[in-house]
Design a binder for this molecule. Structure first.
Ligand SMILES: *Cc1c(COP(=O)(O)O)cnc(C)c1O
Length: 241
């Protein structure tokens, strides 16, 4: 616990939010027949000031996610990053990979073979392996980012070939749904892709992360097998851009 922040009562709403979200995650995990330890919480910190982020990580949130390389690097010197893991979750341009290769432990938003190859190259240059998830475009139509589902297999095999990356699973952002039932259909579809991939790669990879579910739908995602939920506004409040 970080002394300076635990004394700041103006941030106590964050403590309340954190307790509420972690207990809802635990309940949903149990309801889906799993242990609360099987579902990891990521605090999504885009637009969130460093003091808020440090408060949440001080409470025990060990994983944060940022969308933009520039924003993460700008905040970095103000963050207490000891025991905190950082992931990139937004669309990543190949020319930005070099800038974060030594900062983050995973890139969840990998959506092309060329990006895999660039991440691998930079990782090898820095004497490391970068963990990645493949972001699938589960929507098929509208969404601007993510891998078309029909390219998932060949992209996964390309990741196995790239010596600087370690493929851990799949990430998806379903479209905003009116109701939980519709949301669950997208999550189910993602889980099927995840399980197929696991079967296809067998012992050649350790596929164990299914990253899906955000503030509005993380319980539905957990019921469908999510192992990592990415929660922003329910933790920190509505974003002001
Ligand atoms: C912003 C964002 C989230 C969190 O969204 P909330 O609805 O605020 O919880 C999760 N995943 C990605 C990829 C995001 O960009």
């Amino acid at each position: 616990m970080n002394q300076s922040f635990s004394a700041d009562t103006s941030l106590s709403f964050l403590t309340e939010n954190y307790k509420e979200i972690t207990s809802r995650i635990a309940e949903a995990a149990i309801k889906s027949g799993r242990s609360p330890l099987d579902v990891r919480l990521m605090a999504v910190t885009k637009t969130v000031p460093p003091a808020y982020i440090n408060h949440i990580t001080g409470l025990g949130a060990g994983l944060i996610g940022e969308n933009k390389v520039q924003e993460l690097l700008g905040k970095l010197e103000f963050l207490d990053t000891e025991n905190v893991e950082m992931h990139i979750i937004g669309h990543l341009q190949s020319n930005k990979v070099r800038k974060i290769i030594n900062t983050v432990s995973m890139i969840q938003s990998v959506d092309s073979i060329s990006l895999i190859n660039e991440i691998s190259r930079q990782a090898v240059n820095n004497g490391k392996t970068m963990e990645i998830l493949l972001e699938v475009n589960i929507d098929g139509e509208d969404s601007k980012t993510g891998l078309p589902t029909e390219l998932l297999d060949e992209t996964a095999f390309a990741a196995l070939e790239a010596s600087g990356v370690k493929l851990r699973g799949i990430m998806s952002i379903p479209p905003i749904c009116e109701d939980e039932k519709t949301a669950r259909k997208y999550f189910e579809k993602t889980r099927v892709l995840y399980e197929d991939l696991k079967d296809k790669l067998g012992t050649r990879a350790d596929i164990d992360i299914l990253s899906m579910g955000m503030s509005g739908d993380f319980e539905a995602a957990i019921y469908e097998g999510s192992t990592l939920v990415r929660v922003g506004s329910s933790l920190f409040g509505a974003r002001r851009y």
